[in-house]
Design a protein around this ligand. Structure first.
Ligand code: IMP
Ligand code: MG
Length: 332
């Protein structure tokens, strides 16, 4: 290996696809020298089950749970107080957090950012100060990690980290492709780019991108202010309860709809997905007559799980030959 390489995990829907679980499986493999978060901040909520224990992280990359050195990249925004609280929580669970590094040029969320975000009524944000912080970053009035005395021991320069010697990185995405500031349903989006392009803007070059793992659930969820769920259906209520579809950061009930293959295929094309993981098959299996999906804007359905799997594989294969499609349950 003459250069560093990076495998990427990104959501192909609206967040909450189970990226945390997948990134966690990959980080546990021992293959990676570093795990990097490349976008977003405490608005993310990654739920991970480790040895039967539920762990929710918001900002700290999952590498810390596996002794893999981890970096909060420059594409992220950091609430310093929340970061230290999360580090304390993880230390309390027995994890060594001294392996965490922070990009010197990552931006800092201030009290004013949180106050401004808390007034939001139109987007349905997580009220974590995310959008206002990125606004100041782009407006060139922001504060960066290197300006904060408490963060000095953690600072790292992304160029030296990535390019001084060859290493294998795992880039852990936050939110999902359809919340992307450019390609999502603006203004019902988050304030960062959530796709593979955002990885490059953390210091990787395009030749270093290796596998791109797209993650979806076998049904759709969205949390925010717009009406996403197209109809009322008792089966959606069941999915919400069985799948525990409540926001990991805000506790809000997620809106639910059938799997939208049109959205998933577009997201896979835009991100060059080499492997697509379809999560929560065990949840959908517990609801009667729920093997439904949208394709070309129309609802399709089959009677059983095997036909669902075959149909999804075929539809994805038609447009993205060579993309591996793998089906998983909620936990495995
Ligand atoms: P913000 O990122 O807090 O500004 O919120 C913008 C939109 O993205 C809202 O609809 C949020 O519910 C949604 N959002 C932000 N982060 C996540 C996430 O990690 N999972 C799911 N939705 C999210
Ligand atoms: Mg989440």
């Amino acid at each position: 290996m003459e250069t560093s390489i990076v495998d990427v995990v990104i959501g192909m829907q609206y967040g909450d696809e189970g990226k945390g679980k997948i990134a966690n499986q990959m980080a546990a493999s021992g293959e990676y020298d570093y795990v990097v978060r490349f976008n977003g901040g405490g608005n993310a909520g990654h739920t991970i089950y480790l040895n039967g224990e539920k762990i929710v992280t918001h900002l700290v990359p999952c590498g810390v749970l596996h002794g893999v050195p981890s970096v909060i990249g420059n594409g992220c925004v950091i609430n310093t107080q929340k970061l230290f609280e999360e580090l304390e929580y993880l230390e309390g669970l027995g994890f060594d957090t001294s392996i965490l590094k922070i990009a010197e040029n990552a931006h800092i969320i201030t009290r004013d950012h949180i106050d401004e975000d808390s007034k939001d009524t139109t987007i349905g944000t997580t009220r974590t100060g995310n959008g206002p912080c990125y606004k100041d970053k782009v407006g060139r009035t922001g504060i960066r990690a290197k300006d904060v005395p408490e963060l000095q021991p953690y600072l790292v320069n992304m160029h030296s980290l990535i390019h001084s010697s060859p290493k294998k990185f795992l880039a852990e995405g936050a939110q999902g492709y359809w919340l992307d500031i450019d390609f999502g349903d603006y203004p019902y989006v988050t304030s960062s780019n959530t796709g593979v392009g955002a990885v490059l803007n953390n210091g990787f070059n395009y030749q270093q991108i290796w596998n791109v793992v797209g993650v979806i659930k076998c049904y759709s969820t969205y949390v925010g202010a717009k009406d996403y769920q197209q109809v009322h259906d008792d089966r959606f209520e069941k999915l919400r309860e069985i799948g525990q579809e409540y926001g990991a950061t805000t506790g809000r009930p997620r809106q639910i709809d059938w799997l939208n293959l049109d959205e998933v295929i577009t997201a896979c094309q835009m991100n060059g997905v080499t492997k697509l993981i379809v999560n929560k098959m065990d949840v959908l299996a517990q609801v009667e007559n729920a093997w439904d999906w949208y394709k070309d804007g129309k609802l399709h359905f089959v009677d059983d799980e095997a036909s669902f799997v075959n149909n999804i594989r075929k539809e994805i294969g038609n447009v993205l030959p060579g993309t591996l499609v793998q089906f998983q349950g909620q936990l495995h």
